[in-house]
Ligand binder design. Sequence first.
Ligand SMILES: Cc1ncc(COP(=O)(O)O)c(C=O)c1O
Length: 405
Amino acid sequence: MSAPLPEPLAHTRADFPLLEREIDGRPIAYLDSASTAPKPRAVIEAVLDCYRRHTANVHRGVHVLAEEASEAYEAARTEVASFLNAAPDEIVFTRNSTEGVNLVAHGLGLGGDDEVVVTALEHHSNFLPWRAAARAVAVGLGDDGLPRYDEVERALSPRTRLLALAQVPNTTGVVAPVERWVALARERGVPLLVDAAQSASHLPIDVRALDCDFLVLSGHKLLGPSGIGVLYGKRERLAGLALYQTGGGMVRRHTDEGFTPHEVPQRFEAGTPNIEGAVGLGAAVGYLRALGMEAVRAHSLALGRHLVEGLREIPGARIVAGSAPLERRIGLAAFTLAAPGLGQEAIARLLCDRYGILLSGGYHCAHLLHDRLGLDGTVRISTHVFNTHAEIDRALAALREISGW
Ligand SMILES: Cc1ncc(COP(=O)(O)O)c(C=O)c1O
């Protein structure tokens, strides 16, 4: 028998109450963090503490609780900024990645003739906002599992206003060569937006080193609450965006003659923000930083490799971007499984009902990629810090059984 594989982050399992759940007497295997991730106690407690002890509005109250709430909210912004190596005033709190993309698409003032170069691998949230505001030109998926770089160069035109791509698409789990895209964007003098909705949970991100102009992420995939997300923007890029929403909180002075908005980032946070969400996200980011993002990356890479190697041994399984180099993968793979009488969504459901294994089945908000690959849906396994090789083995064994191998 081979030696058990190292599980350096297995100790984190005790931090996640959700992992104690059973379904029909079976302990669950949660392999669906690309969809949304369970929350560690540190996050749950931080959110509860807001409700229990600091309920007050931010940036407008004159009493002690309002001061405490404002401090906690701004401390979360600082924590997120450190996580990304940004400055706090470059961090705008949004509802999620989707809102961050919409904010930029609106703020750039795109028109009908403008073009945005994206990839066909994008989640709908990093495609439809561009498509709604301008013409989205999509490059395809290469045999190496990466967006086709030769097509990016050809897709650029004098009408290109922005490049946008996922650092890790939610269907391939393969880290894109963002640095090449950034170099091209610099060369052509257009800004670039990175969708880090998936990657932020798996890789250390340094926006200064990356030199991207904008980056979006979602709290709920990053072990934080839902309803909170982040738009990072270089100071001058954020300052150049048109207002997205107006109302209380974003305005410095309003008179009969007009109004003066606050500086960034507050000018993009109209209305009472998701205070508890921001504080919970700050706690989530603190939790990940304490684990160390290099350790998180190594763990994700090891699980991704184990998953893909295991899937390759199942004769009826076909992995999306299956030929991508293993060292570029995170702990995520989408695949089809040939199983008698079962579509991909039905397979995912059966894994839950018969085995207690929770994962995704369907199109994962990436219709275009599925169309281009001629796939009628896929099954997706995705991991986070608390997952183990043993859980992947449990899923692989179930898949083998379902497919009849
Ligand atoms: C790569 C990618 N981008 C964007 C999103 C959208 O995230 P949200 O729904 O939190 O806005 C997702 C969600 O699955 C995603 O995987």
